[in-house]
Structure formats: structure tokens, C-alpha cells
Design a protein around this ligand. Structure first.
Ligand SMILES: O=C(O)c1cc(C(=O)O)c2c(n1)C(=O)C(=O)c1cc(C(=O)O)[nH]c1-2
Length: 257
């Protein structure tokens, strides 16, 4: 390590070594967060599941905005031709309802109304700040860097499969229609990762650049982890923002994204 605490002075990692280093970041994926562990092992309350679904909706609606920001900064037509599929996957096209609608159906399946999800009334400030940080990073960063920050998706198919395997047994009150989002993402995420990984492994050549990418991936892991920390405060520890003052959800809405 050098004085800056990085390994930037070392020779570059080979393509395979770099991919292995990226994949090793799975150790810090939100699968390891106690909130997620509780969701799998069946110890979540209905309020905790509902809180997660309502808050994650803000991530879902922000993803296509983030992907549009990446495309807006990208001068490579071939990349845009591929990347646009991510927006279509979430917004829907040609009769396919899309991920945002599928997430609303998940919300209804866990007992929320469409109106309360769309109103964003449950979105905690900490979740909003974390998601906005991701969107704003995509707006400002070089498009290769923004594109590669999506690579936490390498670890996502396992998490979607875990939900499909464990939730129906633990939470029989969730309606079956709710699970379609997770099923769709199994294939969509795998396809996204092939493209995102190709861009990333081609772009970061020097050790310093590779270390920068690992830091970008850590930023994205921080976004996901921080969202769950906020939910833990609100729905597990019963300390939502302003709990010492009011039970009302007075949180701000929609200023930055
Ligand atoms: O449920 C999850 O744990 C999870 C995680 C992630 C992720 O790792 O960012 C995404 C998704 N789901 C997801 O459904 C999704 O569409 C998605 C897009 C992206 C991205 O960064 O572009 N991440 C994720």
C-alpha cells in the first residue's frame, strides 16, 4: 500500500484477476445486512416487509432516470443501443408491463395500496439520500464509471432467487402475483451484467484505475447498505425520523432527483 492507503503503485491486475476482485466485493452486498437476513429467515413483521417494499420503490423508479443519465453522457451508439434496454425493462414496452408496474403489484401483494406507494409517503429521508446519491453520481461521472457502478447486479440474481425460495413459506399472506418482479430480474440482471462487465473490464487498465473502480463499486454497496440501515431504524428499532416529535411522516419529497 502507498501513503494514500491504496495499491495504485502495483502492476495492473489481469482481466481475470480484476473480475475476481470485483466479484469478491459480494462479501459486502446487502444480502449480509441484518434486515435482509431477517427477510429470508422469516423473522420480519408485516410492517417491515411493507416498509422495505415501499422504500425500495424509490430505487425502482430512480433506476431508469439513472440509466437515462448514463445514456445522455455516452457518445457510443453501440453502447446506447444496448443500454436503452434497461430503461425499457423498468418502464415497460410492447405490451410488457415493466419492472415499475411489477413492483407496484408486489406492493399490492404485500397489502399496500398503489396510491400510497406512488405518493412516496413512506420513503425515508436516508433512503432518498442514498438513492439520489446514486442518480447524481451517474449524472456527473464519466459514463464508463457510471455504467460500471451498476455491477452490484452481479450479486443480485442470488438475492432474487433467495426471495422466491424463502418468502412464500415464511409469509403466506403475500399474494403469489407479487413475485413476478423477482422472476423477471433473474434473466434481466444476468444479461445486464454481461454487458456491464464487458464495458468495465475493457475500460479500467492501470492499477490506479482498477482501484478506482473497486472504490466505485464500494460506493454502490454503501448506497444499498445505507438504505437498509434507514429501514432498520424506522421499522425494527421504531425510531423513524422525528419520532421524538411526531408520528407523522413529515419527510421532504422529490427535491433532487
Ligand atoms: O433486489 C435487489 O437486491 C436488487 C439489487 C440491485 C443492485 O444490486 O443494485 C438491483 C436490483 N435489485 C434491481 O432489481 C434492479 O433492477 C437493479 C438495477 C440496478 C442498477 O444498478 O442499474 N441495480 C439493481
Amino acid at each position: 500500500m502507498n501513503e494514500a492507503g491504496t495499491q495504485a503503485d502495483l502492476p495492473p491486475m489481469s482481466r481475470d484477476e480484476f473480475e475476481q476482485a470485483l466479484r469478491a466485493k459480494s462479501a459486502f452486498y446487502h444480502t449480509q445486512h441484518p434486515y435482509h437476513i431477517a427477510m429470508y429467515n422469516g423473522s420480519c413483521t408485516k410492517e417491515q416487509i411493507q416498509g422495505w417494499v415501499a422504500n425500495r420503490f424509490y430505487y425502482q423508479i430512480s433506476i431508469p432516470v439513472k440509466d437515462a443519465a448514463i445514456m445522455a453522457n455516452c457518445s457510443d451508439r453501440e453502447v446506447r443501443r444496448h443500454w436503452v434496454q434497461r430503461i425499457l425493462d423498468h418502464d415497460g414496452y410492447d405490451g410488457a408491463v415493466g419492472g415499475i408496474e411489477a413492483w407496484l403489484q408486489l406492493g399490492e401483494a404485500v397489502g399496500l395500496t398503489r396510491e400510497e406507494i406512488l405518493s412516496e409517503e413512506h420513503v425515508l429521508p436516508g433512503v432518498r439520500f442514498a438513492v439520489d446519491a446514486y442518480v447524481n453520481f451517474a449524472r456527473r461521472a464519466d459514463w464508463h464509471e457510471a455504467a460500471s457502478s451498476s455491477l452490484t447486479e452481479m450479486f443480485a440474481p442470488t438475492i432474487h432467487q433467495n426471495r422466491l425460495d424463502s418468502w412464500p413459506g415464511h409469509y403466506p399472506w403475500i399474494k403469489e402475483e407479487g413475485y413476478q418482479y423477482f422472476r423477471n430480474r433473474l434473466t434481466e440482471a444476468r444479461r445486464d451484467v454481461v454487458h456491464g462487465l464487458e464495458i468495465t473490464l475493457d475500460y479500467y487498465k492501470t492499477r490506479e484505475q482498477q482501484e478506482k473502480m473497486l472504490n466505485i463499486l464500494q460506493f454502490k454497496l454503501d448506497v444499498l447498505w445505507t438504505m437498509l440501515d434507514s429501514m432498520t431504524m424506522a421499522y425494527e428499532l421504531k425510531r423513524p425520523p422525528y419520532h421524538t416529535v411526531t408520528d407523522e411522516k413529515v419527510y421532504h419529497k422529490g427535491l433532487f432527483a
